[in-house]
Write a protein that binds this ligand. Structure first.
Ligand SMILES: O=C(O)CCC(=O)C(=O)O
Ligand SMILES: [Fe+2]
Length: 281
């Protein structure tokens, strides 16, 4: 299977012109060196945040419990996944340790503005704990945000499907469903999903310290190779704003038309403010 490129030396300009603007994925081998420390393994989270609790499917788990579960996770008996912490809200002390969160590459990011609510229209800054046997669903990120995922500890395999492969991946036709695929790529049911045979993927294993840029609108999923911890960070700016704004209307319109119109109004105003700010910076 073709591999996603890894780079250890790349300028900001080259990244913007050759990857961001072309919506081409890339792994940065050491962008997270922009952070003062990257010693963020299980011991660190246990010492500093072991008692912090998160609800997952109606059950509460402390970070210590999650670390235990992910350490002992197996494909036959996988840990619950993904138990996700919204870092700015749930772990603000940790947010302060991963500054600058954009690592001098994921910038400009309009989500830095307080206009946008966290986690609502794609402004995610999440911490994920996983273990062997954990697999994410196959999806495109809602609202066409760019995803930046840094591996803090352990390894995780990323599988991406570039271009328009909605047909081969059996994307739903409308709303949120259009961003989701029912195909289990590790064990596809070709009787049910015969066109998956034509799907073309690229992959890479993200090692500790590495960061993957997943361009907006690109299908992707992950498979954990063992216990691992990741930071997930979303980006919006003038390069994906039009797609984001379209989603703001189309994702909601099947469910609630007035809300879709309100979202679109918000998108227009927020976009105008951010564009002006970006142009005077
Ligand atoms: O890290 C993962 O398992 C996948 C995360 C992801 O794609 C997402 O949060 O949208
Ligand atoms: Fe994603």
């Amino acid at each position: 299977m073709p591999q996603i490129e890894k780079r250890d030396q790349i300028s900001y300009e080259e990244f913007i012109n050759q990857y961001l603007k072309k919506r081409k994925p890339l792994v940065f081998k050491n962008a997270s060196k922009a952070w003062p420390s990257h010693q963020f393994g299980p011991d660190f989270f246990s010492d500093k945040f072991g008692d912090y609790v998160m609800d997952f499917e109606g059950k509460n788990y402390s970070i210590n419990q999650i670390l235990e579960l992910t350490k002992n996770s197996t494909p036959a008996n996988p840990a619950p996944y993904p138990i996700s912490f919204e870092i700015p809200h749930d772990l603000p002390e940790f947010m302060a340790m991963i500054k600058p969160i954009h690592m001098n590459f994921a910038t400009p990011n309009w989500f830095d503005s307080k206009i946008f609510p966290f986690g609502k229209f794609g402004k995610n800054v999440n911490l994920f704990f996983g273990g062997q046997g954990n697999q994410y669903s196959l999806h495109k990120d809602f609202y066409h945000t760019n995803a930046w995922i840094t591996q803090l500890y352990g390894e995780k395999k990323f599988i991406l499907f570039p271009g328009d492969q909605d047909e081969y991946l059996y994307a739903g036709r409308k709303g949120y469903a259009n961003f989701l695929s029912p195909v289990n790529i590790l064990n596809p049911d070709l009787g049910k999903h015969p066109k998956f045979k034509s799907a073309q993927s690229i992959e890479v294993t993200l090692e500790p310290g590495e960061t993957i840029f997943v361009p907006n609108g690109m299908w992707h999923t992950t498979v954990a190779l063992g216990q691992n911890i990741s930071v997930i960070y979303d980006q919006l700016n003038s390069t994906n704003y039009n797609a984001w704004r379209k989603d703001m209307f189309h994702i909601k319109k099947e469910q609630n038309f007035p809300k879709a119109v309100a979202n679109y109004g918000f998108a227009l105003i927020a976009g105008t403010i951010c564009k002006i700010r970006e142009s005077i910076q």
